[in-house]
Design a protein around this ligand. Structure first.
Ligand code: RUB
Length: 316
């Protein structure tokens, strides 16, 4: 049986109460630990089946951030032992290890990203990324004065979260509507965004609007930095698989009354888009910074070419 806390986490991810690729991965690992801790399975086979079910429930929430399947795979692959007690211990330990590694990777990445930010720089942000925030926070910790131009990021306005967290760091913030980005790009020194998935060719999948922002930034000569821990590398793209782009409900774009008033229209609400590697200057990870075209080397080293889905049916 899937534990109610796993169900609640899955619902929160689907509803975006828990959002952002790293935070989703962290919450999924925590939920698997709860499932393992609270399981009353009486045989090792029943325990494994339960863990698979829980992972499947978490997996089938949002399709684009690869950090989610990467987290589930990591935890399930650590499940070892011939007794329920041993399986429980190894699973919980593996989930805790995952969460600790994630936190450490983010602070390491922050220091790498901060190296690109000079005293007095202005950074333009899109959406809300904890990896991108880590770079600004590390720069501030190093005593640099940093200012931010924050895009509001329609339709969900995650820019408000970024603005609030930057103010907590005492960073001066100017909030702009998404359409104003091009107008202000001459006044900024970096575009800094996160990533939900990075493909083997160095393409960056991130919040809808990132690709257009990158085109504008190229036009203005503003460098584009992507902050993405290696958890965002999408191993299946090594074998040619495309990253699925989530389509969300049209009510996020237009409320039902206004829509009815407007008339017979179609509404599309893709949550993410793909920025080609030629529009990205650097991908900053906890393993250092990479030109997007060379990220494939790191992907092979860390994930190999076999991509398992241990949450799918069959013995775990
Ligand atoms: C969030 C988003 C973020 C990435 C990276 O989209 O696109 O840029 O997930 O975030 P949503 P982080 O709000 O739809 O989840 O660096 O925190 O992993």
């Amino acid at each position: 049986m899937v534990h109610p806390e796993v169900d609640a986490t899955a619902d929160d991810i689907a509803e975006m109460e828990i959002r952002g690729a790293a935070t989703i991965a962290d919450a999924a690992a925590a939920a698997l630990a709860t499932q393992a801790r609270e399981s009353d399975a009486d045989t090792p086979a029943a325990f494994r089946t339960e863990m698979q079910e829980a992972a499947r429930r978490l997996h089938d929430t949002r399709p684009t951030a690869v950090s989610l399947p990467n987290a589930l795979r990591y935890v399930l692959q650590g499940m070892e032992g011939a007794t329920v007690e041993r399986l429980r211990e190894t699973t919980v330990a593996r989930a805790e290890q995952f969460r600790a590694d994630l936190e450490q990777a983010q602070s390491k990445l922050g220091r790498v990203g901060a190296g690109r930010i000079r005293d007095g720089d202005v950074v333009m942000t899109h959406c809300h990324s904890t990896d991108a925030m880590a770079c600004i926070e590390a720069a501030v910790d190093q005593g640099k004065h940093v200012e931010a131009l924050v895009k509001e990021t329609r339709p969900r306005n995650q820019g408000h979260i970024t603005a609030r967290q930057l103010r907590e760091l005492d960073v001066p913030v100017t909030l702009v509507v998404d359409n104003a980005a091009h107008r202000y790009l001459n006044e900024v020194d970096h575009v800094l965004v996160g990533a939900d998935s990075i493909a083997a060719d160095g393409s960056v999948v991130n919040k809808i609007g990132t690709a257009g922002l990158a085109v504008s930034a190229r036009d203005r000569g503003t460098p584009i930095m992507v902050a993405a821990q290696t958890l965002k590398l999408h191993p299946a793209t090594l074998t040619g698989q495309a990253v699925e782009i989530e389509q969300r409900d049209e009510s996020e774009v237009i409320d039902p009354e206004t829509r009815a008033d407007v008339g017979d229209i179609e509404v599309r609400n893709p949550a993410f888009d793909v920025t080609p590697p030629r529009h990205v200057d650097a991908i900053v990870t906890e393993r250092g910074q990479f030109p997007p075209e060379s990220i494939v080397t790191l992907m092979r080293e860390l994930y190999g070419e076999s991509v398992e889905h241990p949450w799918e049916s069959g013995p775990a």
